[in-house]
Design a protein around this ligand. Structure first.
Ligand code: DO4
Ligand code: MG
Length: 293
């Protein structure tokens, strides 16, 4: 079962539903995903478990939208896998010790990534900045957290990042991370109760260029250096998210420099039991603005 946001029948209204097999059940009266995150986990499970396999629409009849809406924000964790720490130390000659220290510190690195409206979904373009020289996708498992701080589900996140801008100075992190086309999520949300072991999920990253694989790698969430509960409790320590929040848990794959994303590349992220997120790459603000009609 996957929770989805979609449009159908030529209407521009976004709907919330559940995908079972290739059938879509519209959740009547649920006017946004945020209404689901306002429910306690046990109530959400009861609501969705009442559905059977006979949804009224086929998957091919709907247009999927990014699985986030309303005031739900995307936050992200940094340096939660050894590979991320090592790549950042290599990029950042003068500030290498900040990455060394945060990896083992009690307090994790958490940063704001995106408002819902600027998140792109499966099949939509991501962007690299025209003032950046080294760019990578960051394939990450993201936690969907409800208004009560419970993990309600999991989705795939691409925390697209400029390594050259962050590497120049860690204080440039927001510019390396937060810009139009810099965050992709989806295609759907897998309810938490259906994921037997979220610490044993295979993550694959494949970057296609000119019809060929330009780079690929695999990793596993078993390599995560922290627990999901610890990351959630730090995020919510002194903050509230009444519409829920999505927390991306850090990258476990970094294509080694000098590999850099380019205009026309296609990025595919596969996370077992969760989904596959595929996004073409464009370079520069004008190009990404054209895709945000
Ligand atoms: O330290 C900067 C960000 C790290 C990050 O995004 C990651 O480890 O995934
Ligand atoms: Mg990241």
């Amino acid at each position: 079962m996957h929770i989805i946001r979609y449009q159908s029948g030529g209407s521009r209204t976004s709907r919330v539903g559940v995908l079972i097999g290739d059938r879509v059940h519209e959740l009547q009266g649920v006017d946004g995903l945020t209404a689901l995150w306002a429910l306690r986990l046990e109530d959400l499970k009861e609501l969705l478990s009442a559905l059977d396999g006979d949804g009224e629409l086929r998957l091919s009849d709907v247009m999927m939208l990014p699985p986030i809406d309303g005031r739900t924000e995307v936050w992200a964790c940094g340096v939660t896998y050894k590979i991320s720490q090592q790549a950042r130390i290599a990029d950042s000659e003068q500030s290498a010790d900040v990455y060394q220290r945060v990896y083992d510190a009690l307090r994790p690195e958490l940063f704001y990534k995106s408002a819902a409206w600027r998140v792109v979904g499966d099949g939509q373009s991501i962007a690299i900045r025209s003032d950046s020289t080294l760019d990578v996708p960051e394939p990450e498992i993201a936690l969907v957290i409800n208004a009560f701080g419970e993990i309600a589900g999991y989705t795939v996140c691409n925390d697209v990042s400029s390594r050259s801008i962050e590497g120049e100075n860690p204080l440039y992190l927001p510019q390396a991370k937060v810009y139009l086309g810099g965050c992709a999520l989806g295609p759907s949300i897998r309810p938490a109760w259906e994921v037997a072991n979220p610490y044993a999920l295979a993550i694959g990253l494949t970057i296609f260029r000119g019809g060929h694989v330009a780079w690929s790698g695999t990793a596993n969430t078993s390599q995560l250096h922290r627990t999901y509960d610890e990351l959630v409790s730090c995020l919510l320590h002194s903050d509230v998210h009444p519409d829920g929040v999505i927390l991306s848990t850090g990258t476990c794959l970094v294509p080694p420099a000098p590999f850099s994303l380019g205009h026309g590349d296609i990025v595919r992220i596969d996370i077992s039991d969760i989904g596959t997120l595929t996004t073409p790459v464009v370079r520069g603000l004008d190009a990404i603005k054209k895709t945000f009609a």
